[in-house]
Design a protein around this ligand. Structure first.
Ligand SMILES: C[S@@+](CC[C@H](N)C(=O)[O-])C[C@H]1O[C@@H](n2cnc3c(N)ncnc32)[C@H](O)[C@@H]1O
Length: 326
């Protein structure tokens, strides 16, 4: 909750020329320290000092990603209102800020180029795998049909890759976070998200076995074409169960069990798809309730499966009868 003191801390942290510039820049997207150094034309220690104060005041969020750390305006409700109010008051016509924004555009162009170069190296293998099953737009249409119109506040896209699932679900969710282990993929996703029109989706570095997400905070988790990289699917599902809210859903989209050995030898798939009973057993062992009806899109030679489960309603308070025995 916002107190008078935390409001003062926020105002003091923002009350400096460079920090207002940083706020205006980070309000337009996530930026690393080195990118901010480039845009602001100040030394790294100086920029880092400003960032530290702003993070401590809750104005900015710090997102470590490999050797880099990205910063963005916090979306923690009260502080973000202060940050947004300040950003709205910053005159975009200021000559110094105009220079900052034009350097920001150069940083973005460089990122997009880096993302494109990397994606070029994987695109061919993705195309080759995609030729083995139904067109991707059919998979996406089926996912949208399955998600339906239930309200989703918090979406978690695990193994987000290019961020495609975040982008197609963005209009239906309050906030979407994509997690990926690969820094290169995160560069691609971030660049795609910046080009798109949604401000409610973000990506961050993380491992599906140790999601950087609080317990019981997610309404919908999606694992789209990621599980086949896992040697321990049950551990992944258990980790997802930890972060799901009571009633929250998990949708796993992956290949049914197959014999295309080249996906293992050439494309590093750890598993050649899954049988229904393997995945349902994982759901059961992780304490999730699962759908018996499994949607699928039959392709040649690969079939895409949609396995769905829900977290049971959690008991938030201890039963008073049990409390009496404590
Ligand atoms: C085939 S891509 C799928 C991307 C995305 N889900 C989509 O629908 O386009 C698999 C992604 O899983 C990521 N990945 C693999 N192992 C992971 C792990 N342990 N934790 C998080 N992401 C992982 C890879 O970096 C890659 O971006």
């Amino acid at each position: 909750m916002q107190t008078l003191d935390s409001l003062l801390v926020g105002l003091r942290a923002a009350g400096e020329h460079t920090r207002l510039r940083i706020l205006a820049l980070c309000a337009r997207g996530e930026l690393s320290v080195s990118e901010l150094v480039k845009i602001l034309g100040q030394s790294q220690p100086r920029v880092s000092r400003h960032l530290k104060v702003m993070v401590e005041a809750g104005l900015l969020e710090r997102l470590p990603e490999g050797a880099q750390v990205f910063y963005r305006v916090s979306d923690e409700a009260m502080v973000s209102r202060l940050a947004q109010a300040l950003v709205a008051l910053i005159p975009a016509s200021d000559a110094g800020l105009k220079r900052d924004f034009s350097r920001l555009q150069q940083v973005r162009d460089a990122r997009a180029k880096q993302a494109q170069d990397y994606f070029q190296t994987v695109a061919e293998s993705w195309d080759s795998i995609r030729s083995l099953y139904v067109p991707q737009r059919q998979v996406e249409a089926k996912l949208l049909e399955i998600i339906g119109t239930d309200p989703v506040d918090e979406l978690l896209d695990i193994g987000t890759g290019t961020g495609r699932i975040l982008e197609i679900l963005a209009p239906r969710v309050g906030r979407g976070v994509g997690i990926d282990l690969s820094n290169d993929m995160l560069t691609v996703a971030r660049s795609n998200i910046e080009r798109g029109r949604y401000s409610n989706i973000h990506v961050r570095k993380g491992d599906m076995y140790r999601l950087p997400v609080e317990d019981g905070s997610v309404d919908l988790a999606v694992l789209h074409m990621v599980m086949h990289y896992s040697d321990y699917p049950l551990e992944v599902v258990r980790e997802v169960a930890r972060v799901l809210r009571g009633g929250g859903r998990l949708v796993v989209i992956d290949f049914g069990s197959h014999t295309e050995e080249k996906l293992r030898s050439e494309y590093q798939h750890h598993r050649l798809g899954f049988t229904d009973s393997e995945i349902l057993q994982c759901f059961e062992s992780a304490g999730l309730e699962y759908e018996q009806d499994i949607e699928q899109l039959v392709g040649d030679p690969l079939t895409v499966k949609f396995w769905q489960a829900r977290q049971r309603q959690r008991l938030h308070t201890l039963n008073p009868a049990l409390q009496a025995h404590k």
